[in-house]
Design a protein around this ligand. Sequence first.
Ligand code: HAS
Ligand code: CU
Length: 560
Amino acid sequence: MAVGSLTTSARTAVAWRPEKRVTGAFLITGLAALLVGALLGPFQAMNYGDVNLYRYLPFLKSYYQGLTLHGVLNALVFTTFFNCGVLVYLPARELDLRPSVGWLWTSYGTMVGGLVLAGIAILDNSSTVMYTFYPPLQGSWAFYTGLALVVVASLMVAGEVVRLRARWRRAHPGRATPIVTYMSVTTMLMWSLASLGIVTEVVVFLIPWSAGWIHGVDPELARTLFWFTGHPIVYFWLLPAYVSWYAFIPKQAGGELVSDTLARLSFLMFLLFSTPVGFHHQFTDPGIPGGWKLVQNILTFFVVVPSLLTAFTITASMELGAHRRGGRGVVAWIGKLPWNDASFVAQVLAMISFIFGGAGGIVLASFNLNVLVHNTTFIPGHFHITVGTAVTLTFFGMTFWLIPHLTGRKLFAPRLAMWSAWTWFVGMMLFAVGMHWQGLLGVPRRAWISNMSPALQGIYADAHIPQVITAVSGSILMLAIIFYFTVLFGTLFSSRRIEEDSIAIPFQDRQPAHGEPMVMAMDRLGLWFLLAAAIVAIAYLPTLIHMFTGQLAIPGIRLW
Ligand code: HAS
Ligand code: CU
């Protein structure tokens, strides 16, 4: 029996090699982009520690060029590649259905093509427009076309994920979609709806404008289309991390997911409420009626709920695991969690950072508090403990089992992996303290303050302590980068081979009770998608129509 099952698993492992290769390509390209982007991070942190290290980077013309490279590679490129790898591989394995590998390689090639185009445009300093690329700052056509290709490729992958589920449903009529697939499909459906804004902005306006076919664009309309996608994109980054927290962490903690239904409900809520909230990035923008800002403000509080549900369900699931391992007490059970498993530790630290990241988000979502800190360093403080830690550190934790699973190589230096998780967490938490604090003092974000004249520095006289904290955090993060990438490259290139698939995907053993009315109702994703589109139309169309019909075309400018 044992021998028989071993051969079956070995055979399965070999059969899945093509999918593993393309998944590995997505993940490793994303992580390589992260490496380049993240190496610039300490330079940014030093800037806000009032130390100008940019002068030692002769291949960059300015802090702003470095910041553009940092933001685009980390926030846009790394996340999209990583998500497209995991959100198709995991459901395919769960459903035991082979995706079209040719289609996935085509998507991968498109995405790499986009990355190369945008990368060249940033490196030649023609597109120092930051990762939000607000007009009238004008980058080159290659920058916008490159980013458009990255988005198009992600939608091609989304199509494949939806197709996988459709194939499974045809073979299993009347059954609820298995949970990892459910979560992956809702994420991709949400992203398909959300990306309409950025696709319109880039294809209809920015590419023709940067290529010289039209002479101007309306900055307010462009910003509005950008934030149509720019808020929900943060959940496109977050939700693959949630997939891991819901689907794998309970098992890694020795327990099981306490509520399959709540997990689905939270993903469904993300599908419904992620997109119609972009105005909370534009509270201070003129041209958007206050009433519509209020509507989207209220919807922002709706989209907080699924994260609160997640906090509850995941903590309860981990507590169950700790109890099974002999843990007791109100908080003492925490000690019984597997604190010696780097994959688990990285993800729990990521969750802890998100408690603070989420709390900051709620502050930012509050109209009048937002006005106090908008466009200050408070904002990068917020997003380094959301996308920079909750998401990135979770992805690190996933790679500690996923890369060995995909490559058939043992994890290199597990103790160093543990160190990388702790140093990333400590570095980012300190960075967040320094940046939130400076933001409260009014220090602007995206400013080369370490290069300003000593006279100007007087404005920041109160900021010495948070500046020191920010600079120290940059140094700790440099160590974290070295540790993590040593583990990654060590695993890829020098680690011992292990039997393929001997590191299994930590899927739950228990499947949901099929036929439960609530689960079956939530499974009608086509209808829910239409409802999501309707809510978006109500929240956005009146303002967008007004903007489209009264455009004020502004020519491009270059400030760098
Ligand atoms: Fe945000 C700006 C509001 C979440 C990313 N956000 C940004 C920007 C980025 C970003 C990149 O309303 C800057 C954009 C730019 O460059 O201008 N954000 C929110 C709100 C949430 C939120 C309400 N943001 C995120 C996530 C991000 C992200 C997630 C990336 C992945 N954000 C804003 C607003 C602005 C903004 C304004 C504009 C600011 C301005 O003025 O420009 C919510 O989704 C947050 C809900 C989260 C929670 C936390 C739940 C906690 C969990 C962990 C539980 C812990 C456990 C561990 C289980 C309520 C799930 C237990 C441990 C044991 C050991 C037991
Ligand atoms: Cu937002």
